[in-house]
Design a protein around this ligand. Structure first.
Ligand code: NDP
Length: 331
């Protein structure tokens, strides 16, 4: 079977040559383990951080090691009392076609609820990020205005739809007319700002948010975030989810000094990692499943086929070339 290993740590934007696709023998499960045939790999921005050998909330991938990542697959051999051949499972097994599972992250996926790919998306890590980041950190109230960046992406598309369900005015920020049209016309956001076309983001935000933003769900950092923070309301809340605009940066850029506005406006900003809420995933997944079945929560996936396509697709994700949750479908 094939797998993708990390062979070099790029200082800036990754290249395909930072990865190597290699052949390896299919492993055999031992007591308490399962052998999983992987159907989908999840490509996620945090994987850029795992390529760096720097202090982080999670360990780096070693050189020569399989790239880390979420997976959905099928149990094809089992020595585990709770899993049988044919079970669909989600785990973080990395970029490989077959893998051994059995750790604490291994969980069964019910294929009758939704397509199994959603266990890496709306009904998985990105969906939980949106749910808890918005509801627990952002704390939106009906009638308030919620702004979310990377609005068409895996996390952003869910944030905006939950904000609508909560009765908020919902404004997305995304790159390009197609992504903005999708966010407004298909997902029902009230407005979407195309930051690539818009010359004056502050003016665009004032127009899209007549009452000002009360909650900002930040996926991108950088100049987009500076603009939202300049416009945020008194007692605003900022859910700091990610800063993808900075992930390939080799040094911190000098932005305007905005924290003074937090003082005068009594703004609360809080960073979070989705796993902080792991104990509460069960009810949240059930709620998200109900919203999907009732048609209130839609999702868009962007799927490429073949494990050898993973490096290129990952580089594209960091450039905004994906349109929806980025997945690699394996043979
Ligand atoms: P997406 O599906 O949103 O894909 C990434 C998107 O980011 C791109 O499509 C692009 O959209 C946008 N982007 C890329 N570069 C830039 C840039 N320079 N400036 C502005 N936007 C850019 O990814 P996810 O939904 O998986 O992740 C979104 C964010 O959430 C990331 O920051 C990620 O790290 C974070 N995250 C945090 C978690 C946590 O626990 N805190 C868990 C999961 C995700 P566009 O074309 O619109 O620019």
């Amino acid at each position: 079977h094939r797998r993708v290993v990390l062979v070099r740590r790029p200082p800036g934007e990754p290249a395909e040559s930072d990865f190597r696709v290699e052949e390896a023998p299919v492993p055999e499960p031992r007591h308490g383990e399962v052998l999983v045939k992987v159907h989908y790999l999840s490509l996620d921005p945090y994987q850029r951080g795992r390529m760096r050998d720097a202090a982080s909330y999670a360990a780096a991938v070693g050189l020569g090691e399989v790239m880390t990542g979420g997976t959905v697959g099928e149990v094809v051999a089992s020595q585990h009392p709770d899993f049988k051949v044919g079970d669909i499972v989600e785990d973080r097994l990395g970029w490989q076609e077959y893998a051994i599972g059995g750790g604490p992250a291994l969980r069964k996926v019910d294929p009758s609820l939704a397509p199994i790919s959603t266990a890496n998306g709306v009904l998985g890590m990105p969906g939980m990020t949106a749910y808890f980041g918005l509801l627990h950190v952002g704390q939106p109230k009906p009638g308030e205005t919620v702004v979310v960046s990377a609005a068409s992406g895996a996390v952003g598309q869910v944030v905006g739809q939950i904000a609508k369900i909560m009765g908020c005015r919902t404004v997305g920020i995304a790159g390009g007319a197609k992504k903005c049209a999708f966010v407004k016309d298909e997902l029902g956001f009230d407005a979407c700002i195309d930051y690539k076309a818009e010359k004056d983001l502050d003016a665009a935000l004032r127009a899209a948010c007549p009452n000002g933003p009360d909650v900002y769900f930040d996926n991108v950092g950088g100049e987009i975030t500076d603009a939202v923070l300049r416009n945020i309301n008194f007692f605003g809340r900022v859910a700091l989810c990610g800063s993808i605009s900075q992930y390939n940066a080799t040094g911190a850029s000098m932005g305007p000094r905005l924290l003074g506005t937090f003082v005068g406006k009594r703004v609360m900003a809080r960073g979070f990692i989705v796993t902080d809420f792991a104990q509460h995933y069960g009810p949240a997944m059930r709620q998200m499943g109900e919203w999907i079945r009732s048609g209130q929560l839609k999702y868009r996936e962007d799927i490429v086929e073949g494990i050898d396509k993973a490096p290129r697709a990952f580089i594209g994700l960091l450039r905004g070339e994906n349109f929806g949750k980025m997945l690699v479908k394996l043979a």
